[in-house]
Design a protein around this ligand. Sequence first.
Ligand SMILES: NC(=O)C1=CN([C@@H]2O[C@H](COP(=O)(O)OP(=O)(O)OC[C@H]3O[C@@H](n4cnc5c(N)ncnc54)[C@H](O)[C@@H]3O)[C@@H](O)[C@H]2O)[C@H](O)CC1
Ligand SMILES: [K+]
Length: 519
Amino acid sequence: MKLFSAKQLKEADQATEKNEGITSIDLMERAAGQAFEWIDAQLKGQQVPIYIFCGIGNNGGDGLALGRLLLNKKYDVHSFVVNYSENRSKCFLINYDRYKNTSKEWPKLLKSVDDFPDIPANALVVDAIFGIGLNRPLDQWVKQLVIHINQSKTFTIAIDVPSGMFVDSATPDLEAVIEASVTLTFQAPKLPFFLPETARFSNSIQVLNIGLDGNYLAETPTKAKLITKPDVQKMYQPRDKFSHKGTFGHALIVGGSYGKMGAVTLAVKACLRAGAGKTTTYIPESGYTILQTAVPEAMVIAAQESKHLVDFSVSNEYEAIAIGVGLGTDVKTMKGFKKFLETNKTQLVLDADALNLLAQDKELLKLLPKNCVLTPHPGELERLVGKWKNDFDKLKKTVSLSKSIDGVVVIKGAYTITVYHDQYYINSTGNPGMATAGSGDVLTGIITGLIVQGYDVLTAAVFGVYLHGSTGDLAAQQTGYNSLIAGDLIDFLGDGFIHLFRSDNVPQETAGNNRKNSN
Ligand SMILES: NC(=O)C1=CN([C@@H]2O[C@H](COP(=O)(O)OP(=O)(O)OC[C@H]3O[C@@H](n4cnc5c(N)ncnc54)[C@H](O)[C@@H]3O)[C@@H](O)[C@H]2O)[C@H](O)CC1
Ligand SMILES: [K+]
């Protein structure tokens, strides 16, 4: 699903008006009508005081049109115009008149803190102060109004975006943003709904289709995409009946150190479950028995050194090498790692301590082969690219890193973002249960397993991240969040694949039953 910028949404707006022969006021009526339908379907006529705060632009116009529709359906509506400027938009003014013709009670004008109404605890608040047109910090008194609404702790519905949130750049003041209970957003979600600093303001997103021009939406490329099930269904490569294990590649997992062999165990198991034809691990000698016992399906090459890897001389028979899980950052390991990078030509997935070694000596980044995949969590990313000022700056820095290595960078988090050059692929699956030791090792294994099967690195990263998250969601239905452990992600990976082509409406019990049947 494409995430359009504010500028693109305005262009889509114009294309719709031109191609459908409608005016912007018709489009606003459509948007407000959709918001009305949604709210009416929840309230079903229930009488609660509805407090609508409208700005003076088109977001405010939406709010007034919505207020009129609610009044027509005999809801108890109280409207306020937040008079932050004299530059009222045309569509706002038309809806202002229409509102006055519907209601005996005119919207109350708010001009300063003194005008703020008390908001009853049982009120439903509608935030239509600012939408995608916000382009500078809020005036002090408008910020106070936002704080006043947030402090009311009432159920708050944001129209299009929570007011105060910037769509295409960093939100300058995180205290001046509406904390929406639900965000009714038009046509497509907006990028900051998924970024760590701002996601909490747009809890529970409902996308309302207002029928913007289909051609414009289809043909306009966006920097950011939200990756959902239909996107990954297209990525899946079905298996040929006459395929054999050689068809699906050979992966090498390099890592492990004394006390951290579990990381390699998890990665190699995940790699096999993701579908790699063959896997080999290259580990310090002390891990030999552990690996052979824990994963009989994997081959093991034990290095001479017992506790840390020092020498990384591996053959070039693999389609991809994952390096870093449980590796450690011993000085001798660093030396060997550098030597390995100087000669290696195989596709790489770099995680954990391999990223920490790269961060210790950034010159090593120049030795990476084209099209490698880096999977940092925010701490590892910061060590690689330096401190960022905000989420947009973080993306910018990650884009630079991706371009400089000509590879893929996966920023792990609640909404994992895969960055390739200046494209962002935002993942929509996963849950807080996955914040557990070893979860990242499993992801490394999945991505590597997909690459060796023939998925290109970008697809392997985007698809792998989605699968990792959806598998976590399926696992959590059985374990709950607290009890989910990384090994569960491996156990449920098969369900993750099967679920790709199953209806989303499968009840949780059915998913659970299927799992039991398959065991
Ligand atoms: N195509 C669509 O997506 C549709 C969008 N609709 C709604 O329209 C808004 C966007 O409306 P717009 O008038 O462009 O902007 P806002 O209402 O968000 O803001 C009003 C106006 O205020 C000025 N401004 C910006 N920052 C500040 C500030 N800090 N203080 C004071 N004034 C400020 C700026 O000039 C803005 O233009 C969209 O979100 C939807 O809700 C349509 O209804 C349907 C089609
Ligand atoms: K809003």
